[in-house]
Design a protein. Structure first.
Length: 310
């Protein structure tokens, strides 16, 4: 039985999905030059004016060429207690205050070919976590997921993916290293691009900013609110009763999104999404990627440090 709170678990699994999507082909530069998987991308001439569509495509397709990187995810914002109560978790039925996520950080190194990572977790004290903050580690190695959280004790626990799926109501899997995994990641990337196009997301280059001490193209993503809210309403109509009630309570009032692409190498530098809803709350998600293709070593916990599974 999982003793840690649903939002913490959701963040951990979400992180695993993000890492998997960032790892794992060949891509093309905005001028059409190919970059082979496993090779350090070579700077190429950038067309003038910069083509936002080409940069945007590279930003989500360059991942299969990466060998390693450092990732930092920062979450800030507030989730309304009234919305959390609709999710059906008995432990949230008597929530008195909103959940403040400010200061939540998930950060660490990723070994892309091995599909392995080691991330440190910091979740501040809030109405969901209790009076104390939660800290810990999340490790994926050899297709096994290990979790250590301060409210679970000093040991690591091997997390059964079936347990996660049951808790979240979503199918969850850790990719297996190898060519088939990289093919799956490339397919996921292509699917993401298709979904964004279908949603009417339009990229626009708005300037060059500094990310991690390097110049990066800042691309604004225009998100059509009417379509998003229409899709939520359609999903609510088609969902089972319990899920439908939750979805009917969601209306997005505002959202802004942007990505940053490193100049010259066209690697993804940063993704930022900021949204607000009068019914759900507000949330800021920022993922920053640095230190590409540097040596990293990811080890599974020693057997003596692993406790009972979850």
């Amino acid at each position: 039985m999982l003793r840690f709170r649903g939002p913490v678990l959701a963040m951990l699994v979400g992180t695993a999905v993000i890492v998997g999507g960032c790892s794992g082909g060949s891509t093309a530069s905005p001028t059409g030059a190919a970059t082979s998987a496993g090779a350090t991308p070579t700077a190429v001439a950038t067309p003038t004016p910069v083509d936002p569509e080409a940069l945007f495509n590279l930003g989500i397709a360059e991942g299969p060429a990466w060998q390693s990187f450092h990732m930092n995810i920062a979450l800030n914002g507030t989730i309304k207690a009234a919305f959390l109560k609709t999710l059906g978790n008995p432990s949230w039925a008597n929530l008195k205050s909103d959940a403040v996520l400010d200061g939540t950080v998930i950060a660490g190194d990723v070994d892309a070919p091995d599909l392995a990572f080691h991330l440190a977790i910091t979740v501040p004290a809030n109405s969901l976590t209790g009076s104390a903050p939660i800290t810990g580690d999340l490790i994926v190695k050899n297709s096994e997921l290990y979790l250590k959280l301060s409210d679970l004790g000093a040991e690591y626990h091997e997390v059964k993916l079936g347990t996660i799926s049951k808790e979240m109501g979503l199918p969850v899997s850790v990719p297996t290293p190898g060519a088939s995994a990289l093919t799956g990641i490339a397919d996921t990337t292509a699917s993401l691009r298709t979904q964004l196009e279908a949603a009417g997301v339009t990229p626009t280059v708005v300037g060059i900013d500094q990310i991690g001490g390097r110049d990066a193209y800042h691309i604004d993503l225009a998100v059509p609110l009417d379509k998003i809210n229409g899709d939520i309403a359609a999903a609510a109509s088609a969902a089972p009763a319990g899920e439908s009630a939750v979805l009917r309570g969601i209306k997005i009032d505002s959202v802004s999104a942007g990505i940053w692409i490193y100049e010259g190498t066209y690697q993804l530098a940063q993704v930022q999404i900021v949204g607000a809803s009068s019914t759900v709350g507000n949330l800021s998600f920022t993922m920053t990627l640095t230190n590409f293709d540097q040596p990293v070593t990811i080890n599974a916990p020693a057997a003596s440090d692993i406790g009972a599974g979850l």
